[in-house]
Ligand binder design. Structure first.
Ligand SMILES: [Zn+2]
Length: 351
């Protein structure tokens, strides 16, 4: 929530605040007061007893993430640790509190070490997610994954999750037509969820695929897990002529989250205008489905980083949230979607 006292500061206050923020940005320490934008809880959700959010630097009680936005699907890991840390400092300044690093395959040792170095040196909480990813025409499974049995995949997912402190499974992907090996991986992830409790987020093709969302939900049902622990991803890539609200309603009716996780991030594969993405949020709010909305930008593109005058992992906060405000979406809804909904998604009771 924006505190109105900071919307109209005196010039002296503004200079003092800027000096504090500038020094904090340089030192890497950023108190809540020094941020130029702050998001806060609207109504603390009730979490099951024993629930945690598993970050790379420790399990935290979900109630502690009451300030700062959480973005559930971004791409944080990279070999240039210093760059990542500088980006995260800027993103914290812009209101980010917690971020999920989505995987598109099994991380190498070097990738895990870099991500852990990033997590240990930033005050943004980092949740590592793990997955096997395939979307034909975009990325293929390694032969190893294609050949593994479903049971072996379950075992590997559960073991990797424990060894690498995963806080979620994702992004789990399928093609326009779900292939047998993709079905196997989706089933394995759902079964690994049953063993671990870890939440799941998916990728559907960027080319607008309503049926992909339903196919993924069917597997969740088939394995018999609670859809409240699942986000169906890339639902902002549904084209207006495909009636996005109809698919969004079906996801919400089954109890899952609608991942509007390509907002602010303009992609050539899914050229959906921002006005249509804002409309999606408004339609969901009008339908009373605000509890099911999650925002993220799926951002990992160097050219959109702060260093190059983009907003990097704060793209949702700096480029999409102002559009929501302009369209009249109330601050309470913005804060609920950015602070309370992602906490409900990420909170789980370890098994
Ligand atoms: Zn992604």
């Amino acid at each position: 929530m924006i505190h109105h006292s900071r919307l109209h500061p005196s010039r002296r206050d503004a200079l003092r605040a800027f000096g504090t923020a500038g020094a904090a940005l340089a030192s890497g320490q950023l108190s809540a007061e020094a941020r130029q934008q702050q998001f806060s809880t609207v109504d603390t959700p009730s979490f099951p007893s024993g629930a945690v959010i598993r970050t790379l630097t420790g399990d935290v009680a979900p109630t502690t993430l009451s300030t700062g936005a959480t973005l559930f699907h971004e791409h944080v890991g990279r070999s240039d640790v210093e760059l990542a840390l500088e980006e995260l400092r800027q993103c914290a300044f812009n209101g980010l509190g917690c971020i999920v690093d989505a995987a598109t395959g099994r991380r190498t040792l070097e990738q895990r070490e870099a991500l852990n170095r990033i997590a240990s040196q930033t005050d943004v909480r980092i949740v590592a997610a793990g997955s096997y990813f395939q979307d034909i025409g975009f990325a293929l499974y390694p032969v190893r994954v294609a050949e593994m049995s479903e049971d072996a995949l379950v075992d590997e997912l559960v073991a990797d999750a424990a060894a690498q402190r995963w806080g979620a499974f994702g992004e789990i992907a399928s093609s326009l037509e779900m292939r047998p090996d993709e079905r196997k991986v989706h089933r394995a992830v759902a079964r690994a969820h049953r063993q671990t409790g870890l939440p799941i987020f998916t990728h559907t093709p960027h080319e607008s695929c309503p049926s992909c969302a339903i196919d993924q939900l069917d597997i969740i049902d088939e394995i018999g897990i609670d859809p409240a622990h699942v986000v169906i991803g890339h639902m902002a890539t549904l084209k207006p002529e495909h009636d996005p609200l109809a698919t969004h309603r079906r996801i919400a009716e089954r109890g899952a989250f609608i991942g509007l996780d390509t907002v602010g991030h303009e992609m050539t594969r899914s050229d959906i205008p921002a006005t249509a993405k804002v409309r999606m949020v408004q339609d969901l709010l009008d339908a009373g489905l605000e509890d099911h909305i999650l925002l993220s930008s799926d951002q990992g593109n160097l050219r959109q980083f702060n260093r190059y005058y983009g907003h990097g992992w704060a793209t949702v906060l700096m480029q999409f949230v102002p559009k929501l405000r302009y369209a009249g979406v109330p601050e309470t809804m913005i804060n609920k979607i950015l602070v309370d909904n992602p906490r409900r998604f990420l909170a789980f009771v370890p098994r």
